[in-house]
Unconditional design. Structure first.
Length: 256
């Protein structure tokens, strides 16, 4: 079936956006957004929020996210909530933020579910509740959302909102680490170093510290260097090679 003119215009905008021609994308999407096209409205919100091809304008971003959110677009609801939480283009309002983010989370949006966990952890607009935070993180983590998986690792490690369980902490850190999340990678290294939830393995600890360091976590580099001083040159070389192989495989070959 031939595409409608509106669909063709949206596709033109998407193609322009994907090659970094944000002004062309804006030209294609604005008329659609003004005709209540929810995808175009959400995309305009993103363009103005991130300042893509236009001066960053939070008030304009808020307007377009609001239009899309009112029509039930989950990510628009989430992003609108984040703007209220951070006071971007609107006075900071944690209660309004929680209301919008909850709407998105209740639609099953993993990003919003993770944010609900953070809201309950910090007590922003709601009473602080670690158990409720874990509930939302679990929903998000089960959909593969890396940050939620990492936060679950923290929760099980510390025994916050759940019974302390190092094996579960290791499992969730491992899932997040293999998605490239540096704070999970350093924590996974610590689990191997301490033998918490997994058999102690200095080579694997060194590997994950090296990976987290490569991904920009300075403290991980310090831990890596401490381990290097405690092991032979051959062991250090092997651990660094393991780190390179793990990363080059896009984290599919990280078990040694």
């Amino acid at each position: 079936m031939p595409m409608t003119v509106a669909a063709q215009d949206f596709e033109k905008g998407l193609n322009a956006y994907n090659v970094g021609d944000y002004q062309a994308a804006l030209r294609e999407w604005r008329p659609l957004a003004e005709q209540s096209d929810t995808e175009a409205q959400y995309n305009l919100g993103t363009i103005y929020s991130d300042g893509l091809g236009v001066p960053q304008n939070y008030a304009e971003a808020l307007k377009w996210y609001q239009f899309a959110a009112d029509q039930g677009v989950a990510m628009a609801q989430h992003n609108l909530g984040v703007m209220y939480a951070d006071g971007l283009g609107v006075p900071q309002d944690y209660i309004e933020a929680e209301n919008w983010i909850r709407l998105a989370a209740e639609q099953g949006n993993a990003t919003a579910q993770n944010s609900m966990g953070v809201i309950y952890k910090k007590g922003q607009g709601v009473p602080r509740d670690d158990t409720e935070a874990v509930k939302w993180w679990k929903l998000s983590a089960d959909q593969g959302y890396a940050f939620a998986q990492g936060y679950l690792g923290d929760s099980y490690r510390k025994g916050e909102g759940v019974s302390q369980n190092y094996t579960e902490a290791y499992r969730w850190y491992s899932l997040a680490a293999k998605q490239g999340l540096s704070f999970a990678q350093i924590n996974l290294g610590i689990r191997y170093y301490k033998g918490e939830g997994i058999t102690q393995n200095m080579q694997m600890a060194h590997m994950w510290f090296a990976i987290a360091s490569t991904n920009g976590l300075e403290q991980a580099g310090e831990y890596r260097d401490i381990l290097s001083a405690l092991t032979t040159n051959a062991e250090t070389t092997e651990a660094e090679e393991m780190a390179r192989e793990c990363m080059s495989s896009d984290y599919t070959k990280c078990e040694f």
